[in-house]
Design a binder for this molecule. Structure first.
Ligand SMILES: Nc1ncnc2c1ncn2[C@@H]1O[C@H](COP(=O)(O)OP(=O)(O)O)[C@@H](O)[C@H]1O
Ligand SMILES: [Mg+2]
Length: 364
């Protein structure tokens, strides 16, 4: 939209509006670029002419919580400009955006000459925005507290489930050894596969309810980590008739080994489940550059369902499974992010899926 037709201009007399249009500075922001940081001096009011800006507050060291969004025809940054306090949130362009900036002194002067009724109208809008931001924030807080409670409850229950699961698994292994006939072998493998899945789900829920715990980072050799992973899953892979190929040369990376094993478990587990007992191939390949290590997990399964492609990494997003928790990929992402890494994927319908995990070699 053009600046003159922005709703903010309607609060002023034509002459003032055209003056404001003249002194306003247009600026373009690429996607994901910072408009201002929390705590910075508030020297401009911003009018959104195109795009979208997201506001977030720092809640932990490097975690941000979104509290509001401004779209085309909205304005923001007025609070700091009016009361002279520093920015109370960080603003980032959520898409490519065009903003018009009006500096503090000009705005205050314009307001002094504006009609009382217009100023009132403007204040109404500001208050409405404040209310919706507060509502959103409070709702998020309540939701979070609920999740903590649910998490605690679930984790005690799941904890108690784990030992009978392990018992069943061991017993079926014993049966398999005692009765080598084909039928017993098949039934026992089925029991093991299902128990393994239940254990996997229990682990996922537990991990999620723990939240992003502190990482225990050490230099680890990925050859050894992957060997461990294969050994832990040998029976599972065989029972599911999945060929798992691992390609790795010596790579040392500073990471929390147990957490990396969890990422592999969740993603390879998904791949095996996607192959649905029909058998198939999973490839794990590690490559490296000077600063990064990349772990690639490929499967020749059916591909990520279209319906969830956009929100795959969000918690509780599950599709086409009777017993999915929807936490596997969310946990994988939170672990990779905690390592300052990146996780992405490519997927083609009926051809397969590849997850890419990039980790910095030296912890930052
Ligand atoms: N490799 C894959 N191939 C096909 N679909 C997948 C793959 N990985 C994940 N998915 C889909 O993504 C969904 C979410 O996975 P996840 O977060 O691990 O939760 P869950 O496995 O408990 O459903 C799965 O339900 C499945 O539909
Ligand atoms: Mg899963």
């Amino acid at each position: 939209m053009d600046l003159a037709s922005h709703q903010f201009m309607s609060y002023f007399e034509p002459e003032q509006a055209s003056h404001l249009c003249q002194i306003a500075v247009l600026e373009s922001f690429a996607e994901e670029t910072l408009v201002f940081e929390e705590g910075q001096a508030a020297d401009f009011l911003y009018l959104v002419l195109e795009g979208e800006v997201e506001f977030s507050k720092r809640i932990d060291n490097n975690k941000y919580q979104t509290v509001a969004v401004a779209k085309t025809n909205d304005f923001f940054g007025e609070l700091g400009v009016l009361d002279g306090e520093p920015r109370s949130a960080r603003a980032v362009a959520a898409r490519g955006s065009t903003l018009a900036k009006i500096c503090r002194e000009e705005l205050i002067e314009a307001l002094q000459f504006a009609k009382g009724s217009s100023v009132l109208q403007m204040f109404n809008l500001i208050i409405k925005n404040l209310r919706s931001t507060t509502d959103r924030y409070v709702n998020q807080l309540v939701h979070k507290q609920k999740m903590v409670l649910v998490g605690e409850m679930v984790s005690t229950i799941i904890h108690d489930f784990k030992s009978p699961f392990t018992g069943i698994k061991l017993a079926s292994e014993m049966l398999k050894e005692m009765h080598p006939d084909e039928e017993t072998q098949e039934w026992c493998e089925l029991i093991q596969l299902q128990v393994q899945r239940m254990l996997g789900m229990a682990e996922e829920v537990l991990e999620f309810s723990r939240g992003s715990a502190v990482l225990n980072k050490k230099p680890i050799d990925l050859i050894q980590t992957l060997q461990k992973f294969e050994k832990l899953n040998r029976v599972y892979f065989d029972a599911a008739k999945v060929d798992v190929v691992v390609r790795v040369t010596e790579v040392i990376v500073e990471a929390d080994e147990n957490k990396i094993l969890r990422v592999l478990q969740n993603l390879v587990g998904n791949a095996v489940e996607a192959l649905g007992g029909r058998g198939g191939r999973v490839e794990i390949a590690v490559t490296q550059s000077e600063e990064w290590v990349e772990i690639k997990i490929y499967d020749n399964g059916p591909g990520i369902p279209e319906a969830i492609k956009e929100k795959l990494f969000e918690p509780f997003v599950t599709y086409g499974k009777r017993t999915g928790t929807g936490l596997g990929t969310a946990i994988a992402k939170s672990i990779v992010n905690a390592h300052q890494g990146e996780i992405t994927y490519e997927s083609e319908d009926q051809k397969g899926t590849t997850f890419y995990i990039k980790l910095p070699k030296i912890a930052r």
